[in-house]
Design a protein around this ligand. Sequence first.
Ligand code: CMP
Length: 138
Amino acid sequence: AGNKTFTMIKPDAVEAGNIGAITKMIQEAGFGIVSMKLTKLSKERAGQFYAVHQERPFYNDLCNYMSSGPIVAMILEKDNAVEDFRKLIGATNPAEAAEGTIRKLFATSIEANAVHGSDSDENAEIEGNFFFSSLEKF
Ligand code: CMP
């Protein structure tokens, strides 16, 4: 048990064959997988997911990139899930990410940064519901 966070393994990491390695790190760090699916976002749905960033200069590129290939969406469970997961993934920019973090190991740029992690409990709930129905949340 514990509280929840939401993550996506992004198109760059899926394309590079890193689904297994990243999922293994997540589980070894003590997160339980509540829900998991391989899916693909349309550009429009990527835009909805990242609507909070719509005024940022990187928004259009981000929507193109996030709809460029399959992603893996997961709801994760652990005590202190949101904060602990952000520590596990490291800084948004892999150049600034700490050694041993998922982004340090697998990200290639500030955009193609391998994984997403929710920034609050409320957003974890909203983002999980964006991908999973109540029947898919165990
Ligand atoms: P994520 O944590 O999923 O949230 C927003 C995403 O926008 C971010 O990861 C990156 O993939 C992307 N992005 C691209 N450029 C930037 C930037 N300059 N600052 C923050 N996020 C960026």
